[in-house]
Design a protein around this ligand. Structure first.
Ligand SMILES: Cc1ncc(COP(=O)(O)O)c(C=O)c1O
Length: 389
């Protein structure tokens, strides 16, 4: 059976070039970077080379790059770390309703510590309103956290403009760039960011590695205490192979970015047009200001669990925005935030393309999707007819 993996926003496979550079750090170069023996020193040097490389790609300095265990950890460090360290200046944080749970739950937790959180609305495409952001800033505001690109609908926010507003108002700005890492410009100076979260699992690096860019001079507290690794901001023995892999994957992603963006945008648009040919479908997210690999549509009359399992049987691996909690399917907070009706939220399917996606895969998905929808609709129609007899 043909297999088409279109869930690259959840995670990607590990690139063979990335695996090759990681290999030694599992075996002969296995040392602890904090050990003073030469095997340890070799590991330490490799981490520092990886840090230099990541810093260069972000147009930043090595002492501004903190390696963590994930996007979630970087986000927790950024938001909790800045909030707690700047409590004397104010207790107000601004974010948006369409953020990843890592941001939303961290903010919710900080509210219990006495921080006040403003959740900005997003428009019908998932972007925040710049005027609303300006109006939300007050003298107690210490941090703004707005995502670069949305993980469900792919919509891209204007990060450099948001950063400019933060600077003008003397407020720190963090962006969650987990989904943007492989495709968008990561120059922290152009973006006007003070903190930026990246992760490895979407860029053909291993899972369980992240980065937090922390601009020099920023007041931030650690959330994990111990041996003082990573400039005292993230104690714990470093995951050396994953860090080496991350740096290599980021280097490859930035090299291949322009080529892949052009290639995937064409495939993405073909897939969007093919799926929207089917009656009762809607596109979620911005038609053009969206990640080149993201297609998110809603079927207004078929629930995503049904669609996903049908597609799975055809070897097509996609995703939905819904989270399955205690056996109850909850509609995605992002789809609700962009103002979609409940039936659209229950029928959301996300296809995220990747570097091995080919045009013939897209043709197969469009053809299978049309067949599937016809079959499900006619089956339901015949059931209704039978029931009404
Ligand atoms: C936008 C966004 N933020 C944060 C995360 C969390 O990253 P991790 O799974 O590495 O903790 C993800 C991963 O799905 C994401 O897509």
């Amino acid at each position: 059976m043909k297999q088409v993996y279109l869930d690259n926003a959840s995670t990607t496979f590990v690139d063979s070039r990335v695996r090759a550079v990681m290999e030694h750090y599992f075996s002969d170069k296995f040392g602890n970077p904090s050990s003073l023996n030469s095997i340890g020193r070799t590991a330490k040097e490799a981490i520092e080379q990886a840090r230099d490389s990541v810093a260069r790609l972000l147009n930043s300095f090595p002492n501004e790059i903190v390696f963590t265990s994930s996007g979630t950890e970087s986000i927790n460090l950024a938001i909790k770390g800045v909030a707690r360290a700047n409590k004397n200046k104010g207790n107000h944080i601004i974010t948006s309703k369409a953020e990843h749970h890592a941001v939303l739950e961290t903010c919710k937790y900080l509210a219990q510590e006495g921080f006040e959180i403003t959740y900005l609305d997003v428009d019908g495409y998932g972007k925040i309103d710049i005027q609303e952001l300006k109006e939300a800033i007050k003298k107690e505001t210490i941090l703004i956290s707005i995502m670069y690109a949305n993980n469900e609908i792919g919509t891209i926010n204007n990060i450099s403009e948001i950063g400019k507003i933060a600077r003008e108002n003397n407020v720190l700005f963090h962006t969650d760039a987990c989904q943007a890492t492989g495709y968008l410009d990561l120059d922290v100076n152009k973006l006007n960011v003070d903190l930026m979260t990246l992760n490895g699992s979407k860029i053909y690096a291993p899972k369980g590695v992240g980065v937090l860019f922390v601009k020099e001079g920023i007041n931030i507290q650690p959330i994990i205490h111990g041996g003082g690794q990573e400039f005292g901001l993230r104690s714990g023995t470093e995951n050396v192979p994953a860090i080496i892999g991350f740096a290599k994957a980021l280097e490859i992603a930035q090299q291949e970015k322009d080529f892949e963006t052009k290639r995937l945008t064409q495939l993405r648009n073909k897939l969007i047009n093919g799926l929207l040919d089917v009656p009762n479908t809607l596109l979620n997210g911005h038609p053009t200001d969206r990640l080149p690999n993201n297609v998110n549509i809603s079927l207004l009359d078929i629930e995503s669990e049904v669609t996903l399992s049908y597609l799975d049987e055809l070897g097509i691996y996609a995703s939905s925005g819904s989270a399955c909690t205690s056996k109850k399917i909850e509609p995605s907070h992002v789809i609700l935030a962009i103002g979609m009706p409940k039936n659209a939220a229950y029928g959301t399917i996300r296809f995220t393309l990747g570097k091995v996606t080919l045009e013939e895969d897209i043709d197969y998905v469009i053809e299978s999707f049309k067949k599937m929808v016809n079959e499900i609709r006619s089956l339901r129609q015949s059931t209704i007819t039978l029931e009404s007899r």
